[in-house]
Design a protein around this ligand. Structure first.
Ligand SMILES: [Fe+2]
Ligand SMILES: [Fe+2]
Length: 267
């Protein structure tokens, strides 16, 4: 079972490049299921129902979200009704939406995903460890292949979750910082891990936003609209191979796919 996991999809350039790249990448890498964090897909913050549909039509099977989950409030009915999308699992019980997402992969196998928010330098959330235990209890016997999107600012929060869940889930993969790390590994027990897979969006930017706006605000303290950048779109993610008999990860590979790499794949 081969999983493609993509980091935060950012704005129109992210969605447009996803639409171009996925139909090429999925057959090329023989991907069975695609999971993506889409918290920045609509105007750089949040996810509209229209962009959710677009992303799903591109070939994304499961959508996770992060701290920007409710920035476009009209996604809430989708979060409540559609089992392919979920809010972070460590939100309070009254927060709308499901705490995990489920689908059937291209090879017929059930796959589950859920996201957890870190607690360092982020708005306070409930305990991510207890939330993970709760979701895994619900998933027991329903999906052997489980992917956790660890949406956190601090690398330690991500490593802690990797070690908390090692041997219990197929992968703990980091998102939120929009900057990829080079620490991909298989933790003891067969859990694929990486601190951050990077974003799926315009890399000629400050974390997806236009450089001049962010820079002038940083230098002068005069606020400016942090519009989404446009150039050098890439898919930032990881490809994880999972043994279906056990749900354990066998391999993890970083992915940073540029426009020219997609063109080369097309031949
Ligand atoms: Fe993000
Ligand atoms: Fe985030």
């Amino acid at each position: 079972m081969r999983i493609l996991f993509l980091g935060d999809i950012v704005g129109k350039p992210g969605v447009a490049f996803l639409k171009r790249a996925l139909p090429v990448l999925v057959p090329h890498e023989q991907i069975d299921v695609v999971i993506a964090n889409a918290e920045n897909a609509t105007d750089g913050s949040g996810l509209s129902p229209k962009d959710y549909r677009r992303i799903r039509e591109c070939g994304v099977d499961l959508v996770t979200l992060g701290d920007h989950v409710y920035k476009k409030k009209d996604i809430i009915p989708t979060l409540e009704q559609d089992e392919h999308i979920c809010r972070p699992a460590n939100f309070p019980p009254g927060a709308p939406g499901r705490d995990h997402a489920l689908c059937t992969a291209r090879n017929g196998e059930p796959v589950a995903a859920f996201s957890l928010l870190g607690r360092t330098y982020m708005r306070p959330a409930e305990c991510p460890y207890l939330a993970a235990d709760r979701v895994l209890q619900v998933l027991a016997g329903r999906a052997r292949c489980v992917v956790v999107d660890m949406h956190a600012e601090a690398t330690a929060d991500k490593y802690l979750m990797g070690h908390y869940l090692k041997g219990r889930v197929s992968a703990v993969l980091g998102t939120h910082t929009h900057v990829p790390t080079a620490d991909e590994q298989i933790l003891p027990g067969g859990t694929a891990f990486i601190s951050d897979v990077g974003m799926t969006g315009p890399y000629d930017s400050i974390l997806g936003r236009q450089v001049d706006r962010v820079l002038s605000t940083a230098v002068t303290f005069v606020p400016a609209a942090f519009d989404v950048a446009e150039n050098d779109p890439r898919l930032g993610g990881a490809i994880v191979d999972v043994d279906l008999a056990t749900g354990h990860a066998q391999a993890i590979r970083r992915l940073m796919l540029t426009e020219s790499a997609v063109s080369a794949m097309q031949g």
